[in-house]
Design a protein around this ligand. Structure first.
Ligand code: G6P
Length: 573
């Protein structure tokens, strides 16, 4: 396969780097025509990338590169249901999950949309009945608590959406008297945290796993089953546990009624599954189906924009191209995701998985090793919290392209003694100030003019010329959340299309799981035989030492009813 890095367009961009590096952002920002050329909007989503180390020429070269990589052809192939996830021979059709009823999207010549709506209708009916108190637990009580058990793609996206909706007035009103809790980690502490304050009589457990084989999730599912049956008897399982999976056979084997299972399909990647039953079941139980339908509509609007808008006006495509520019051409391997919205506190962790699991690859789609790096390291925190934590490094240490996300109208206002306290205004002032601080900096002359003592001048200098982009949403509700998520899903796909990789597989997570199985077996063996491990067990000497230290530990778990407030039924017998 001829790699994209062999193309004329790639080389033109590489040659362009020096020219761009010579121009400081503070000067570039004086050019109004340039700003005009580097701002886009679709359906209320405003994106300003004038603070990128880029000029309109860069944009043109990036668009040429996108054509050379056949981004439009790859986008079309994705929406056509071609098996672009070639290593798993699967289509990539998550956009079908939020398409209208009358849309046609095909996998293997079969329109998948009727099946999608079949599941959505089932979710609506079920969530209505649970929320209305019609579906009851084994003791006749309404099921007001939901525990969603899942990990990775089966947890991070739904958690992000839940957190963002939990302070949105309409969603809040719909969630009154209800509780949604997520349980992901195999760490017993997470099970205790999730379950300890819940009443099993009013709790519905949703086991969410695409494969229904993930070790952590299955262990937590068994923990929850024991927690329920110990208090409510064996019949609690059918009334208090439901599942979301593509593996309905395994769901039945676990002992769940297939009636209580919500399916999805192999053409939905785990990290792209928020809009499938993975997110829709727990979130519709919490907020009601109509609110979640708005979320799907927001996603669909951005999907349509991505599928139809020309590249130069296509927000996800432009974001993806700028990402390639920053990481591969300018060598900036990290991206900071900085929402100025506390409600988006779980956005960065979700994007971390979405982006890093999708684009952290070392070979092209045909297996050819890549001579350039793909993917970026994503991290982030809501502003202004992050400002008091890691912004020092972004301002005066490493150059880290930042993505600022702001919202015009706050979800909430705070009133004190009848007076509106405008903390949202305060928050947003920071959202506007930080990108300019990064871009323009502050030079020694300005500091001296302010009378800064000479020995502090270099410490207080901000070099500036640090890139960012700003995304402004009108408000944060189910619809705009859908737009935002789809924007990032397609941004990540676009970068992958340019790099020529498969963004939809994740072989890199396998090896660690295999080794954990080996450790599990050997630790069990050593405990049974009451012997230390050695290199003869197949571990290197470093691992042998670590394992033996663990095995030799004299620390005993606290006795039942002891000082640790473990809820009964969660203690290992
Ligand atoms: O949904 P599951 O099959 O339980 O998978 C949960 C997660 O585990 C895997 O290790 C993958 O890396 C993730 O992409 C996936 O979302």
């Amino acid at each position: 396969m001829v790699l994209i890095s062999e193309s004329r367009e790639w080389k033109a961009l590489a040659d362009h780097v020096t020219a761009v590096k010579q121009t400081h952002l503070k000067d570039l920002l004086q050019d109004d025509a340039r700003t005009d050329a580097l701002v886009r909007e679709t359906e209320g989503v405003y994106m300003d990338f004038s603070r990128q180390n880029a000029t309109p020429d860069t944009l043109k070269l990036l668009l040429d590169l996108a054509q050379a990589a056949d981004v439009p052809g790859k986008v079309a192939a994705m929406f056509r249901g071609e098996h672009i996830n070639s290593t798993e021979d699967r289509a990539v059709l998550h956009a079908a999950l939020r398409s209208p009823r009358d849309a046609v999207m095909e996998d293997r010549g079969q329109n998948v949309v009727p099946e999608v709506w079949g599941v959505l209708d089932k979710i609506k009916a079920f969530s209505d009945r649970v929320r209305g108190g019609e579906v009851k637990g084994v003791t006749g009580k309404a099921l007001t608590n939901v525990v969603s058990i899942g990990i990775g793609g089966s947890a991070l996206g739904p958690l992000f959406v839940h957190t963002a909706l939990s302070t949105e007035p309409q969603a809040m009103a719909q969630a009154a008297g209800r509780q949604l809790v997520f349980l992901a980690n195999v760490d017993p502490v997470d099970a205790v945290r999730a379950l300890h304050s819940l009443d099993p009589e009013t709790t519905l457990v949703v086991i969410v796993s695409k494969t229904f084989t993930t070790a952590e999730t299955m262990l937590n599912a068994r923990t929850a089953r024991a927690w329920l049956t110990e208090r409510l008897g064996a019949e609690a399982v059918s009334k208090h546990m439901i599942a979301v999976s593509t593996n309905l056979k395994a769901v039945a084997e676990f002992g769940l009624n297939p009636e209580n299972a919500f399916g999805f399909w192999d053409w939905v990647g785990g990290r792209f599954s928020v809009s499938s039953a993975v997110g829709m079941v727990p979130l519709s139980l919490q907020y009601g189906f109509p609110i979640m339908e708005r979320f799907l509509q927001g996603m669909h609007a951005m999907d349509t924009h991505f599928r139809t808008a020309p590249l130069q006006d296509n927000l996800p495509a432009l974001l993806g191209l700028l990402n390639v520019w920053n990481t591969t051409f300018l060598g900036r391997s990290t991206t900071a995701i900085l929402p100025y919205q506390q409600a988006l506190q779980h956005f960065a962790p979700h994007i971390q998985q979405l982006s890093m699991e999708s684009n952290g690859k070392g070979v092209a789609i045909d297996g050819t090793p890549l001579p350039f790096e793909t993917g970026e390291i994503d991290f982030g925190e809501p502003g202004t919290n992050g400002q008091h934590s890691f912004y020092q490094l972004i301002h005066q240490g490493r150059v880290i392209p930042a993505e600022f996300i702001g919202v015009v109208a706050s979800q909430q206002d705070v009133y004190l003694q009848g007076e509106k306290v405008s903390s949202h205004e305060e928050l947003m002032c920071n959202f506007f100030a930080q990108p300019d601080a990064l871009a323009c900096g502050k030079d020694a002359a300005a500091l001296r003019a302010e009378g800064v003592p000479e020995h502090l001048v270099s410490h207080k200098t901000f070099t500036g010329n640090r890139p960012s982009l700003s995304i402004l949403l009108p408000e944060l509700n189910a619809y705009t959340l859908g737009q935002l998520l789809s924007l990032y899903e397609h941004r990540i796909a676009t970068s992958g299309f340019v790099w020529g990789i498969n963004s939809f597989d994740q072989w890199g997570v396998e090896l660690g799981k295999v080794l954990a199985n080996k450790v599990r077996a050997k630790v069990a063996e050593a405990r049974t035989d009451n012997r230390p491990l050695s290199t003869a067990d197949g571990f290197n000497s470093s691992t042998v030492r670590l394992l033996n230290r663990f095995l030799e530990s004299k620390t005993q778990p606290p006795a039942a009813g002891g000082p640790h407030a473990f809820p009964p039924g969660l203690r290992q017998k």
